[in-house]
Ligand binder design. Structure first.
Ligand SMILES: Nc1ncnc2c1ncn2[C@@H]1O[C@H](COP(=O)(O)OP(=O)(O)OP(=O)(O)O)[C@@H](O)[C@H]1O
Ligand SMILES: [Mg+2]
Length: 253
Protein backbone atom coordinates (compact mmCIF):
# COMPACT_ATOMS: atom_id res chain seq x y z
CA UNK A 1 0.00 0.00 0.00
CA UNK A 2 1.31 3.42 -0.97
CA UNK A 3 1.21 5.64 2.12
CA UNK A 4 1.32 8.82 0.05
CA UNK A 5 -2.07 8.28 -1.47
CA UNK A 6 -5.48 8.57 0.17
CA UNK A 7 -6.80 5.37 1.70
CA UNK A 8 -9.98 5.84 -0.30
CA UNK A 9 -10.27 7.64 -3.59
CA UNK A 10 -13.31 7.78 -5.84
CA UNK A 11 -13.04 9.65 -9.12
CA UNK A 12 -16.09 10.32 -11.27
CA UNK A 13 -17.80 7.16 -10.12
CA UNK A 14 -21.05 6.23 -11.81
CA UNK A 15 -23.17 3.29 -10.66
CA UNK A 16 -26.41 2.28 -12.35
CA UNK A 17 -29.00 -0.32 -11.46
CA UNK A 18 -30.55 -1.03 -14.85
CA UNK A 19 -31.47 2.41 -16.14
CA UNK A 20 -31.55 3.90 -12.65
CA UNK A 21 -28.50 6.00 -11.82
CA UNK A 22 -27.66 5.50 -8.13
CA UNK A 23 -24.26 7.20 -8.09
CA UNK A 24 -23.56 10.10 -10.41
CA UNK A 25 -19.95 11.11 -11.03
CA UNK A 26 -19.06 10.89 -7.36
CA UNK A 27 -15.58 11.99 -6.39
CA UNK A 28 -14.38 11.80 -2.81
CA UNK A 29 -11.28 10.99 -0.82
CA UNK A 30 -10.69 9.70 2.68
CA UNK A 31 -7.26 10.01 4.23
CA UNK A 32 -5.71 7.45 6.52
CA UNK A 33 -6.91 7.95 10.11
CA UNK A 34 -9.87 10.11 9.12
CA UNK A 35 -13.40 9.55 10.39
CA UNK A 36 -15.88 10.54 7.70
CA UNK A 37 -19.66 10.62 8.02
CA UNK A 38 -21.92 10.14 5.02
CA UNK A 39 -25.32 11.78 5.29
CA UNK A 40 -28.17 12.26 2.87
CA UNK A 41 -31.83 11.48 2.64
CA UNK A 42 -33.08 7.99 2.03
CA UNK A 43 -32.24 6.73 -1.46
CA UNK A 44 -29.36 9.19 -1.86
CA UNK A 45 -27.05 6.25 -2.49
CA UNK A 46 -25.15 6.01 0.81
CA UNK A 47 -25.38 2.24 1.11
CA UNK A 48 -24.52 1.88 -2.57
CA UNK A 49 -21.33 3.84 -1.94
CA UNK A 50 -20.55 1.51 0.99
CA UNK A 51 -21.08 -1.53 -1.25
CA UNK A 52 -18.69 -0.02 -3.79
CA UNK A 53 -16.11 0.51 -1.02
CA UNK A 54 -16.56 -3.06 0.17
CA UNK A 55 -16.23 -4.32 -3.36
CA UNK A 56 -19.49 -6.24 -3.25
CA UNK A 57 -20.59 -4.24 -6.27
CA UNK A 58 -18.45 -2.66 -9.00
CA UNK A 59 -18.51 0.78 -10.62
CA UNK A 60 -19.90 1.26 -14.13
CA UNK A 61 -17.70 4.24 -14.88
CA UNK A 62 -14.96 6.15 -13.12
CA UNK A 63 -12.41 4.79 -10.70
CA UNK A 64 -12.45 3.56 -7.12
CA UNK A 65 -9.36 2.80 -5.08
CA UNK A 66 -9.21 1.47 -1.54
CA UNK A 67 -5.66 1.08 -0.22
CA UNK A 68 -4.53 1.49 -3.80
CA UNK A 69 -6.63 -1.28 -5.31
CA UNK A 70 -10.05 -1.67 -6.94
CA UNK A 71 -12.04 -3.34 -4.15
CA UNK A 72 -14.35 -5.27 -6.50
CA UNK A 73 -11.41 -6.63 -8.51
CA UNK A 74 -9.02 -7.20 -5.62
CA UNK A 75 -11.23 -8.61 -2.91
CA UNK A 76 -8.43 -10.87 -1.72
CA UNK A 77 -5.91 -8.01 -1.40
CA UNK A 78 -8.22 -6.22 1.03
CA UNK A 79 -9.03 -9.25 3.15
CA UNK A 80 -8.41 -8.36 6.78
CA UNK A 81 -7.67 -4.73 5.88
CA UNK A 82 -11.29 -3.65 5.80
CA UNK A 83 -14.14 -4.62 8.04
CA UNK A 84 -17.78 -3.73 8.12
CA UNK A 85 -20.49 -3.45 10.73
CA UNK A 86 -24.04 -2.93 9.61
CA UNK A 87 -27.39 -1.90 11.00
CA UNK A 88 -28.43 -5.49 11.28
CA UNK A 89 -25.59 -6.76 13.40
CA UNK A 90 -25.34 -10.12 11.57
CA UNK A 91 -24.08 -12.06 14.56
CA UNK A 92 -24.28 -15.81 14.23
CA UNK A 93 -26.94 -16.94 16.73
CA UNK A 94 -25.28 -20.29 17.46
CA UNK A 95 -21.98 -18.71 18.45
CA UNK A 96 -21.33 -16.91 21.72
CA UNK A 97 -20.28 -13.26 21.79
CA UNK A 98 -16.66 -14.34 22.07
CA UNK A 99 -16.97 -16.89 19.27
CA UNK A 100 -18.57 -14.26 17.03
CA UNK A 101 -15.62 -11.93 17.59
CA UNK A 102 -13.18 -14.81 16.99
CA UNK A 103 -14.69 -15.65 13.63
CA UNK A 104 -12.91 -13.03 11.53
CA UNK A 105 -9.62 -13.88 13.24
CA UNK A 106 -9.98 -17.58 12.49
CA UNK A 107 -10.73 -16.73 8.86
CA UNK A 108 -7.44 -14.83 8.86
CA UNK A 109 -5.73 -18.04 10.01
CA UNK A 110 -5.02 -17.01 13.58
CA UNK A 111 -4.70 -19.95 15.96
CA UNK A 112 -7.65 -20.70 18.19
CA UNK A 113 -5.74 -19.61 21.28
CA UNK A 114 -4.63 -16.36 19.72
CA UNK A 115 -8.12 -15.63 18.38
CA UNK A 116 -9.54 -16.20 21.87
CA UNK A 117 -7.04 -13.83 23.49
CA UNK A 118 -7.68 -11.06 20.96
CA UNK A 119 -11.46 -11.54 21.08
CA UNK A 120 -11.55 -11.29 24.86
CA UNK A 121 -9.39 -8.17 24.76
CA UNK A 122 -11.78 -6.50 22.31
CA UNK A 123 -14.82 -7.51 24.32
CA UNK A 124 -13.16 -5.83 27.27
CA UNK A 125 -12.57 -2.68 25.21
CA UNK A 126 -16.24 -2.48 24.27
CA UNK A 127 -17.10 -3.13 27.92
CA UNK A 128 -18.55 -6.57 27.44
CA UNK A 129 -16.06 -8.64 29.44
CA UNK A 130 -18.86 -10.21 31.42
CA UNK A 131 -20.85 -11.33 28.39
CA UNK A 132 -18.22 -13.27 26.43
CA UNK A 133 -20.01 -16.58 26.91
CA UNK A 134 -23.51 -15.31 26.15
CA UNK A 135 -25.38 -16.02 22.91
CA UNK A 136 -26.77 -13.13 20.80
CA UNK A 137 -30.33 -13.96 21.93
CA UNK A 138 -29.23 -13.35 25.52
CA UNK A 139 -27.85 -9.89 24.73
CA UNK A 140 -29.60 -6.54 24.40
CA UNK A 141 -29.54 -4.66 21.08
CA UNK A 142 -26.83 -2.36 22.41
CA UNK A 143 -24.73 -5.29 23.57
CA UNK A 144 -25.09 -7.04 20.22
CA UNK A 145 -23.96 -3.88 18.51
CA UNK A 146 -20.90 -3.81 20.75
CA UNK A 147 -20.10 -7.40 19.83
CA UNK A 148 -20.43 -6.45 16.18
CA UNK A 149 -18.08 -3.51 16.72
CA UNK A 150 -15.58 -5.70 18.58
CA UNK A 151 -15.74 -8.19 15.72
CA UNK A 152 -15.11 -5.46 13.15
CA UNK A 153 -12.13 -4.04 15.05
CA UNK A 154 -10.56 -7.29 16.29
CA UNK A 155 -9.09 -8.11 12.89
CA UNK A 156 -7.10 -4.87 13.15
CA UNK A 157 -8.36 -3.47 9.85
CA UNK A 158 -7.02 -0.33 8.19
CA UNK A 159 -10.55 0.70 7.37
CA UNK A 160 -13.85 0.32 9.19
CA UNK A 161 -17.14 0.79 7.37
CA UNK A 162 -20.31 1.30 9.41
CA UNK A 163 -23.77 1.67 7.95
CA UNK A 164 -26.33 3.07 10.39
CA UNK A 165 -24.76 1.10 13.16
CA UNK A 166 -26.24 2.98 16.05
CA UNK A 167 -29.58 4.19 14.79
CA UNK A 168 -31.90 1.42 15.87
CA UNK A 169 -30.93 1.68 19.52
CA UNK A 170 -32.69 3.74 22.14
CA UNK A 171 -31.32 7.23 22.60
CA UNK A 172 -29.33 6.68 25.79
CA UNK A 173 -27.78 3.40 24.64
CA UNK A 174 -26.82 4.79 21.26
CA UNK A 175 -25.33 7.88 22.88
CA UNK A 176 -23.13 5.80 25.16
CA UNK A 177 -22.18 3.49 22.30
CA UNK A 178 -21.34 6.44 20.04
CA UNK A 179 -19.11 7.96 22.68
CA UNK A 180 -17.33 4.64 23.28
CA UNK A 181 -17.10 4.06 19.58
CA UNK A 182 -15.54 7.41 18.79
CA UNK A 183 -13.10 6.96 21.67
CA UNK A 184 -12.10 3.50 20.47
CA UNK A 185 -11.83 4.47 16.82
CA UNK A 186 -9.79 7.53 17.67
CA UNK A 187 -7.59 5.63 20.12
CA UNK A 188 -6.74 2.90 17.65
CA UNK A 189 -6.38 5.40 14.79
CA UNK A 190 -8.60 3.51 12.37
CA UNK A 191 -9.88 5.12 9.24
CA UNK A 192 -13.64 5.01 9.36
CA UNK A 193 -16.49 5.79 7.01
CA UNK A 194 -19.91 5.69 8.58
CA UNK A 195 -23.40 6.27 7.29
CA UNK A 196 -25.93 7.92 9.51
CA UNK A 197 -29.24 9.75 9.37
CA UNK A 198 -28.41 11.62 12.55
CA UNK A 199 -26.69 14.95 12.10
CA UNK A 200 -25.73 14.98 15.78
CA UNK A 201 -23.91 11.65 15.38
CA UNK A 202 -21.97 13.02 12.46
CA UNK A 203 -21.02 16.21 14.27
CA UNK A 204 -20.04 14.32 17.40
CA UNK A 205 -17.80 11.72 15.80
CA UNK A 206 -16.62 12.77 12.35
CA UNK A 207 -13.59 14.74 11.26
CA UNK A 208 -15.45 15.44 8.06
CA UNK A 209 -19.06 15.25 6.94
CA UNK A 210 -20.14 14.57 3.37
CA UNK A 211 -23.77 15.15 2.46
CA UNK A 212 -24.83 13.15 -0.58
CA UNK A 213 -27.63 14.24 -2.89
CA UNK A 214 -29.48 11.71 -5.04
CA UNK A 215 -28.10 10.29 -7.27
CA UNK A 216 -25.06 10.06 -5.02
CA UNK A 217 -22.77 13.02 -5.40
CA UNK A 218 -21.32 15.32 -2.77
CA UNK A 219 -23.53 18.39 -2.21
CA UNK A 220 -21.87 19.54 1.02
CA UNK A 221 -18.50 18.84 2.52
CA UNK A 222 -17.64 20.06 5.99
CA UNK A 223 -14.63 19.54 8.23
CA UNK A 224 -15.15 19.60 11.99
CA UNK A 225 -12.34 20.42 14.39
CA UNK A 226 -12.33 19.51 18.07
CA UNK A 227 -12.33 23.25 18.88
CA UNK A 228 -15.56 23.68 16.90
CA UNK A 229 -17.08 20.69 18.64
CA UNK A 230 -16.88 22.45 21.99
CA UNK A 231 -18.53 25.62 20.66
CA UNK A 232 -22.31 25.38 20.92
CA UNK A 233 -23.03 28.20 18.47
CA UNK A 234 -20.71 26.81 15.79
CA UNK A 235 -22.22 23.36 16.23
CA UNK A 236 -25.73 24.77 15.83
CA UNK A 237 -24.68 26.57 12.64
CA UNK A 238 -23.07 23.45 11.23
CA UNK A 239 -26.14 21.43 12.14
CA UNK A 240 -28.34 23.92 10.27
CA UNK A 241 -26.09 23.88 7.19
CA UNK A 242 -26.14 20.10 7.02
CA UNK A 243 -29.90 20.08 7.53
CA UNK A 244 -30.32 22.55 4.65
CA UNK A 245 -28.06 20.47 2.40
CA UNK A 246 -30.10 17.34 3.11
CA UNK A 247 -33.33 19.29 2.67
CA UNK A 248 -32.16 20.80 -0.63
CA UNK A 249 -31.63 17.28 -1.80
CA UNK A 250 -35.24 16.53 -0.93
CA UNK A 251 -36.52 19.57 -2.82
CA UNK A 252 -34.53 18.58 -5.90
CA UNK A 253 -35.78 15.01 -5.87
N1 LIG B 1 -29.54 -3.69 -5.85
C1 LIG B 1 -30.27 -2.66 -6.31
N2 LIG B 1 -31.04 -2.77 -7.41
C2 LIG B 1 -31.72 -1.73 -7.88
N3 LIG B 1 -31.75 -0.51 -7.34
C3 LIG B 1 -31.02 -0.33 -6.23
C4 LIG B 1 -30.24 -1.38 -5.65
N4 LIG B 1 -29.62 -0.89 -4.57
C5 LIG B 1 -29.99 0.39 -4.46
N5 LIG B 1 -30.82 0.75 -5.46
C6 LIG B 1 -31.39 2.09 -5.69
O1 LIG B 1 -30.31 3.01 -5.66
C7 LIG B 1 -30.70 4.19 -4.93
C8 LIG B 1 -29.77 4.38 -3.76
O2 LIG B 1 -30.02 3.37 -2.80
P1 LIG B 1 -29.20 3.25 -1.45
O3 LIG B 1 -29.67 2.04 -0.76
O4 LIG B 1 -27.76 3.36 -1.75
O5 LIG B 1 -29.68 4.56 -0.68
P2 LIG B 1 -29.36 5.02 0.82
O6 LIG B 1 -28.85 6.40 0.72
O7 LIG B 1 -28.52 4.01 1.48
O8 LIG B 1 -30.81 5.03 1.48
P3 LIG B 1 -31.23 4.77 3.03
O9 LIG B 1 -30.90 6.02 3.75
O10 LIG B 1 -32.71 4.54 2.94
O11 LIG B 1 -30.50 3.57 3.51
C9 LIG B 1 -32.17 3.99 -4.54
O12 LIG B 1 -32.96 4.64 -5.52
C10 LIG B 1 -32.34 2.50 -4.59
O13 LIG B 1 -33.66 2.16 -4.92
MG1 LIG C 1 -28.79 2.75 3.18
Amino acid sequence: MNMNTSLIELTGVIKRFGTHVAVDRLSMKVEKGEIVALLGRTGAGKSTVMSLLMGTTSVDEGQIRVAGVDPAASFQALRGKMSVSFQTDRLLPWRTACENVELGLLILNKSKAEARTIALEWLRRVKLDGAAGKYPSELSGGMRQRVSLARALAVDPDLVLLDESFSQLDHVTSQVLRRDFSEIVRAVGKTCVFVTHRIDDALEIADRVLVLAAPARVCLEMAISSAQRTDVTTMAEMHARIERAIGGDEAAA
